[in-house]
Design a protein around this ligand. Structure first.
Ligand SMILES: [Zn+2]
Length: 345
């Protein structure tokens, strides 16, 4: 249930269910001067669609009244109903200029996608059996995608209907804030969420680009966000909040604590990102190891960037990290056999 609003409401939260561990996702209906705008499009399930239709009706509108859908980023819990919404409302879709390419790159599942992730995870020292399981599980996401298009790219400093566009890459490369200065509020997507430390997941760079050290990029964006006049923040998950400086500081503090955990896991040895993830998280599952490895590589890259660690590539192309002041000591790698490979599957 959404909180009843007075008749002069400007922006209204709509909470939609998802079948994922993340729980509900928020979209927002905005009633500005221009046209009725929906921020984000939830997950592609009938339950989410029914919840959206019902809550928009409670606000006095129908799906067909939506004239514009604006995206906070391209992750599939925020774009799922886009195709259906566009078909039923003929609304325009406005988003970060990289959105379509990122969707294609993240969810393409073609041979180049598979080859990229296989190569990347090998660089991190992930065993082959885990890599194959990861690639198979990614296929499941296909059912939550729909054909969509973007009608207008929103660049940094663009403005529309009271909002200023601010790009804050990190959690995802398309993360965008929509800052409504006169209304004193901002639609923040998953960039900052109260009580959550969003960790960037390793991702494939666009053609011709290098892979970004995404945690470093995220910290740079957080430090910029900290000084923006965001006012009340409307996030992609959880409750709205008005203390965004505290929320940013809390995320940065938790990242520093994680740095310590990574250094403890590393000890004096040279280790791969996979080994660090294993030491930090113990028993990882096929469903969550990518998050654990992403935490490990994110912090290893951050610590290397700060000059604490050094990194090199062995003759198999695998990345190793070690404290700069440590002697050369490799952790022992147990070679993977056919038996262990099959037992994991
Ligand atoms: Zn999300």
């Amino acid at each position: 249930m959404i909180t009843p609003l007075s008749s002069d409401w400007l922006i209204a939260p709509i909470v939609l269910p998802t079948p994922f561990p993340v729980g509900d996702v928020n979209v927002y209906l905005y009633r500005g001067q221009d046209r009725l705008t929906l921020f984000d499009a939830g997950v592609k399930t009938d339950q989410a669609w029914d919840a959206l239709v019902e809550q928009i009706r409670e606000l006095g509108y129908e799906i067909r009244d939506i004239g514009r859908i604006v995206l906070t980023h391209h992750h599939f819990d925020h774009i799922g109903l886009l195709g259906r919404l566009v078909r039923e409302s003929r609304a325009e879709v406005w988003a970060h200029p990289e959105t379509l390419l990122q969707i294609q790159y993240h969810y393409g599942y073609d041979a180049s996608h598979t080859a990229y992730y296989r190569g990347l995870l090998r660089e991190f020292g992930v065993p082959e059996s885990w890599i194959e399981t990861f690639l198979e599980r990614r296929e499941v996401h296909r059912q939550f995608l729909d054909v969509c298009t973007v009608d207008r790219a929103l660049y940094e400093h663009d403005s529309f209907d009271g909002f200023r566009v601010v790009h804050v890459p990190g959690h995802s490369p398309t993360d965008t804030l929509y800052l409504h200065e006169s209304g004193g509020f901002t639609v923040t997507g998953d960039h900052i969420i109260q009580g959550v430390n969003p960790n960037p997941i390793v991702r494939r760079p666009l053609p011709g680009q290098e892979r970004q050290p995404s945690l470093i990029q995220y910290q740079q964006s957080l430090l910029r966000t900290r000084y923006l006049p965001l006012g009340k923040c409307y996030p992609g998950h959880g409750q709205p909040f008005s203390n965004h400086i505290e929320v940013v500081d809390h995320i940065l503090e938790r990242q520093e604590k994680r740095n310590e955990k990574v250094l403890n896991a590393l000890g004096q040895e040279a280790q791969t990102p996979w080994m660090v993830a294993q030491r930090m998280y113990g028993n990882m599952s096929a469903g969550d190891f990518i998050f654990c490895v992403s935490v490990a590589i994110g912090h290893l890259e951050l610590l290397e960037h700060r000059g604490v660690l050094r990194c090199w590539r062995d003759h198999h192309g695998v990345l190793w990290y070690q404290r700069k002041n440590a002697g050369i000591r490799h952790a022992f790698i147990i070679p993977e056999t056919e038996t262990t490979r099959e037992s994991v599957q």
